[in-house]
Every structure is written in structure tokens, then in C-alpha cells.
Design a protein. Sequence first.
Length: 737
Amino acid sequence: MIEENLRKGQGVYYTPREIVHYMCQESLINYLENELGDKVARSDLEVFIKQEKHFNEHKETSIKNEKNIKSDRQKTTSIKSRIPENIKNNARQIDDKLANIRVCDPAVGAGAFLISMMLEIVKARNVLTNYLSETNDRTIYNFKRHCIENCLYGVDIDSSAVDIAKLRFWLSLVVDEEDVTAIKPLPNLDYKLVCGNSLIGVERNLFNNHLFKQLEQLKLQYFNETDPAKKLELKNQIDDLIKIITNNNENFDFEVYFSEIFHEKEGFDVVIGNPPYIGEKGHKKIFREIANGNLKEFYQGKMDIFYFFFHLALKISKQDAIIAFITTNYYLTATGGKKLRKDFKKKAVIKKLINFNELKIFESALGQHNMITILNKMTNENAIAQTCITQRDGMANTEILNQILNGIDPETNYFEVPQKDLYEGNEYYIRLMGRSDYSNSTIMAILNKIQRHVFNLGAICNVNQGIITGADKVSQQHINKFNLKANKGDGIFVLTDKEIKNLSLTYKEKEIIKPWFKNSDIKKYYTKNKTNNYVLYLDGSYQKEDLPNVINHLHTFKDILIERREAENERKNWYNLWRPRREEIFESPKIVAPQRSLTNTFGYNEISWYASADVYFITPKDNFYSLKYILALLNSKLYFLWLYHQGKRKGEMLELYQKPLSEIPIKKLSIEMQNPFIDLVDKILIITKDEDYPVNLEKQKIVKEYEHQIDQMVYKIYGLTEEEIKMVENLYNNKFE
């Protein structure tokens, strides 16, 4: 658990060894496939690289288990017959390619991925020894030392992590070498494993071949130097040269520190790892620094820091390189992921997307939804992407992970999708099942029908987020930071009816008191209409002088409210709501939706109904399309299918934000054809208004029947076949009934 202990709180977690093992093997297979062309079939490379049976299974992230790949000729001889003939016949060329691979982990942590990659390379080269005429010096120790000196590079912002990675490299060299006389002094790894920020870079002086040549020669000398005085002298010379090349800029830069890679190959063959996952919220300083660096063209709002690592990988890798990261899966459809998806489409072929969905990978991050992404830096719109999404949940174990990764898990859906069918629309959404108009599957055929003869919801309705007050109630952090004489949970902008009474408001002040609801008050078709909470709706339309008691109340929290303004560098009256929205949104007929829900949950009301930013409000742009007709569609089983497969999700939760809501297709129907839907919705709303509805099973049964009738009408207007209807019903019922 070295990585977890080092990096907890920084968005990086210990990666299960099965995943590290898989990603390294897949990277090697893809690398060799690209390098060898048609000489060796991919299937042969897979057999060769995945020969765990040749040795006791080793654990990449555990130094003590590296003894499992001893140079034992009897073991390797016993499995000669299982090695494909093409591997034997091309052993020399394959060995050369493995000896010359260049691998980088730009967020190396304690080195798990690089150690694992080294072990995979050593294991493969050791097997090849059986088919080479010259076997002198082909020992495990020599393979490892060569790999560390020539093949592996890492960077991390955490100096402690880098120190441990160096230690693991050193230990890996001596741990299983029985002949101590064969062990050379430990190498110097300062310019192989570097402490620095991978994402900044520097503006370099004009390229100077002489300086770089000198730098690279010094680094070669330094790696094996043992004399302390000479080591220090060489290090000073190297650092002085780096300062000259970078104009004394202290930031790390790949093309300077690892210049030999770019002169030799124009980039790395493999970029691999588990980069940090950090959103911009609460980390503006980190993002601002990156946004001013060499990757500034890729910055956009609402992005995650790991997006930059993908862009970086495409930048520092050579053509045809392999990129393998494990990250969260949100970038597939995230609003802030557009530039990343566009960069993928422009520069890379997606080889594999393994979406773990609700299955938990990291014990220390149970709320995450993770995915393995493997890219090939090239373009080919007909290249096939292998994608999958598991339906499993709970905590992953070795058996489950191996089943999923090997493509044999019965609870995981597997797909093969051409590159041109992966991306959808101007946002470049990535669809694991492929775009609906290019698929022959039943689900895709249904989705394709839904998208014919429609308007997007955003074309006929306004979709607005609820109110952002900037400070609903007092938090413990507020108390600690501002030394407040208040209790946790005391109302600032959001108050209970008791707190409102204690303010002794004037008649004028009562005008700004509005009922405040939660997203849990939204049910299918209806909403709760009573609440004990209220919001001070200070939208800037009132004069401060007209609100003496309200201002006096807010004055207690003035420091909090001022900081809210300064954090965003905006000029606003400290006592107003941060994002009040337009009053008519909350006062007019509307459909409301929680920002996240397991199922499609859309409520309707025509009362004064205010809520926070975790609620979205749908109001009409004109009167041609009835909100009640739209409500019927949105709550139908068919639309759950659309939202689940074509909308946005976080694991199994639907994300009902402004953008995905605006993109929902709404069938074009005449007013006459909308009326049957409206009539049924009216009947549902009449029943659900009754106070006893939540506990009255008979009334709930009647509403269920009306919902069934709506579902049948929705199927009809979209022309679904009996087989398609059965599939929609089964998928929905399996999840919720």
C-alpha cells in the first residue's frame, strides 16, 4: 500500500496489482505489434507476453516476490513447446525491440507501473534466451540493470514518492542476485526518476545540438559513477547545462531532462500510469499554473487534472506510441472533457476502454467510478475499439478483475466499435456501444428511433440550474475559520420557519421570503408542496435600506459572504445571493429534476417552488409543446433507456444537468396528438396531490396503471416493435421492479 499511503489526499491511489499487471502486458503487446508489423500475429504476442505459467506468478508491486522470475533454464526449457513458432523465429528482433523500448510514467508515485513493466520485459527477454545463439550475460540482473538504465523514466511532484521509487529500483537489482560478486555499485537515478511537475514545462532557448549532446553524455557518465566527488562534479555540470537550456527556469521539462528520448525516437514508446484525479473546484491555484504552461491550449472549465496527463502523453510520445492510464470514467461525456475527447479523435486510436462502472477498484476511494483507457497514437477511423462496461458492484477482488480484464466475465458487456462510430456530435461524446446510427444491436436500433423527427429539449424549453446562495447554512469550517459565535447548521440564506419568525421581519421584508425545497422533494410526476425551510431571495432588486432586519441577520456572517465574492474576483453586494436566477423560473409552471437520480425522476408543479443548484428547472419557451406532454415522455421507461445509454451517468446514477437535459430528444407531435398524454398526466397529478398518496397503495396502483398507459403510447409514437418493447420493459424492470 505504498502508493496509497504516499498519495492519499492528492487524488492518486494504490492500483490493484491485477490492473497494473494487465496494463503493462497490454502496453507491451501493442508496442510489439506496432514495431513488428506483419511478422508476428497479435495472438502469438499475447501467448508470449502472458506466459504466467512459465513462472510462479509474481506480484509487480512487491519487491520480495521478484525472485519468482529467476533465470532458471529448466523452467523455460519445459515450456518451449508452448511458445509460438513465429516468436521463436523472430526471437532476435523481438529481443531488440524489448531492449529498446522507452517507457514513461509522468505521475510515477512509488514506481509500481515502472517496476511492473521492468519485470514484464525481463520475463519476456529471459524466455527469448532459449531461442538465441548468444546467451552470454543474459542474466536477470543484467536484464534489469539494462532496463533501468535505458528503458524506464518517471516524474512525480512528490519528492518522497520519487525517493521510494528509486529505492525500489535499487532493491530490484539486488534482491534475487545470489552471486554478490556480479552486483555492480548501485546506479544514480537522479535523471531517470525526477521530482517535478509534469504539467508545466518551460520555454527553452533555441535548440542547440551541442549543448544537448554534452548533456546526454554527462548523464550517461553520471548513471554509473561511484566516486562521490566525481558524482557531485557531474551533477553540477548537468544542472548548470539544464539552467542554460531553460533560461534558469526551475520547472521540469521532458524534452530537457529526458532529451535523449526525443533525439533518439522523438518521444516515448509507452506512457503509462495512474495520474491524479483532481477537479478545479478548490484547486484553482494548481489549475491556473498549468493553464499558463505548455499545455494551456487544452485548458477548459470543469475539467479534471488527469485530462492534462492524457494531453501530455500524446505530446511526449512518438507516433504509434501506446498510452495506458487508469482514471475515473467521467470524461466520456463530461462537459469539461470536450477538448480531451477531441484530442483523442484527432491524434489517437482508442484500443480499449474498460469501464468498471459501479465496481469499486480503490478501497480508499469508494465513491469513484474507474476506467482503463488504452490508446495508440495514430489515426485510423476503421480501427476497432474494444470496449466493455461491467454490471457488477461492490468491491473488486482478484478473481473478478481477472475475469473482466480477460474478457470472460458473465456480468460484463463487451463491444467492438470502429473509431468513427465511437464519437457523437459536436461535443465528441464517447459511446462505449457505438453511435446509435451505426449499430445493429436492438438497443441501438431503439435509440436511433428515438432520435428521429425530434427537437432537443433545449430548443423548446429553458433549462436552468437552481439557486446558488454561496452560503446556505453555517458549517464547522465557517466557525473555525472566522471564529463565529454561531452553531453549525444555523441558517445564513436558508432558514427554518422558526428562524424566520425570530427575525421579526417587516411586511416589505417578508416579500423576499420564499419556500425552499430539496431535490429529495421531487418525485415521479409530482413534487412535495410543503416545507419548513425558506430562502432569503435577495436577487439585487431590493434596496438595502428596505431590509433592516435581514441585513442585520446577514451582518453576523459578513466575513463569509465577502470571502465568497473575493474568491471569484467579482463585484457584488456582499448581502445578495451568489446566483439568484430569474424569479419566474420558480414561480411559473415547471418541470423539476434532481441533478442525480437512479431513474428518470421528473416532477411538476405550478406553485412557488425554490431550490438549490442540485435541482434543474424546465420551463417552456413557447406554448406549442405542453410541459405535461414533455413530462410524460421524460418519465417513461423508453426515456430511461435513452438517458441511461445516451445521456450522462456517474456509475449507475443518471446525471440530469443542464447540458444532458437540453440534449434530450422530444418527439414532434401536433397539439391534438399531445392531448392524450396531457390527459393522463392530469389524472396522475390529481391523485398525487392527495396527502395520503405516499401511503395509499390503492392510489399508487391507479397511478401505475396510468404510467403503463403512457409507456404504451410512447412506444407507439416511436414505432417500437414487440421485441423492442419487451427489451425496454425487461431492462427497466430488472433494475427497478
